[in-house]
Design a binder for this molecule. Structure first.
Ligand SMILES: [Zn+2]
Length: 266
């Protein structure tokens, strides 16, 4: 990019500043630690998946695809370059929106967990498991009894075989029920609490009005810039986010179902 301006007899102020800025950025990045720019290592070109570099004069900084920056137009284009300040505004808005969503999810979890049927859910499952186990033992005992009856000559071999077939069918069904109930019990025990660390991670930034490096690194895994300058933000802890969404959707009341649409993952 410097080469293009070499035909000029005087180096423009802007170019001079650009070079100075590049030098200072380079020295800052190598000599000192922790003085990297706000988005360092977080912003990627959606076309070639390479990181984007900060460049430009002070006050007019922008991020440009590294491939384009070093290898030129034939490898990737300049189209995804984005003004630094513009990106700051967009990312701040996206983070604020995400925090708003997380706050909504937290109050939904609180509401869900306050419902008596939720707190009683695991008790109910435990009761069903006990009942089913008792029934299973009873049927097994009956099978033993009918075997003895056949051996004692109280019932015929055919009668015993019919009882055995029927009982084994029942036992098979009960085994399946026991398995399902055990899985439900596990799920109920793993229910999401409103003090889940996921909420804490986001909600401590609830009133944030400016970006800072620590917050970005903690909350965001990657930011992608598209050709039309649209910005896609991928947040950290997405596994926990999905778990919470699943829990909310599973426990949503019928009249709240339309909310599901607004809770789609970004
Ligand atoms: Zn690229």
């Amino acid at each position: 990019m410097i080469v293009a301006d070499c035909h000029d007899k005087t180096v423009s102020d802007e170019l001079f500043e650009t070079v100075a800025q590049m030098r200072s950025t380079r020295s800052r990045a190598t000599k000192k630690t922790g003085t990297v720019h706000l988005f360092a290592g977080l912003v990627y070109c959606s076309n070639c998946q390479m990181a984007m570099n900060k460049t430009g004069a002070k006050g007019h900084e922008y991020l440009v695809c590294k491939t384009y920056f070093y290898a030129g137009e034939e490898h990737c284009t300049r189209k995804r370059s984005i003004n630094f300040r513009v990106l700051e505004d967009i990312v701040l808005t996206v983070i604020q929106a995400q925090i708003g969503l997380v706050a909504d999810l937290q109050s939904m979890i609180e509401e869900i967990n306050e419902r008596p049927e939720i707190s009683k859910q695991s008790l109910r499952i435990n009761q069903l498991l006990e009942d089913c186990q008792r029934e299973f033992e009873k049927e097994t005992h009956l099978l033993d009894v009918s075997y003895r009856d056949w051996k004692n000559g109280d019932i015929s071999k055919e009668q015993y075989q019919r009882i055995r077939e029927e009982t084994e069918k029942k036992l098979e069904q009960m085994r399946a029920t026991l398995q399902t109930l055990a899985a439900e019990q596990l799920k109920a025990a793993k229910g999401i609490q409103a003090n889940n660390e996921y909420f804490e991670r986001f909600l401590k930034y609830q009133n944030v009005e400016a970006l800072d490096r620590f917050m970005l690194v903690e909350l965001i895994s990657r930011i992608y810039i598209d050709e039309d300058k649209s910005v896609k933000v991928e947040f950290n802890f997405s596994d926990q986010y999905l778990l919470i969404m699943d829990f909310v959707q599973e426990n949503m009341l019928e009249q709240d179902k339309p909310l599901k649409l607004t809770l789609e993952r970004k």
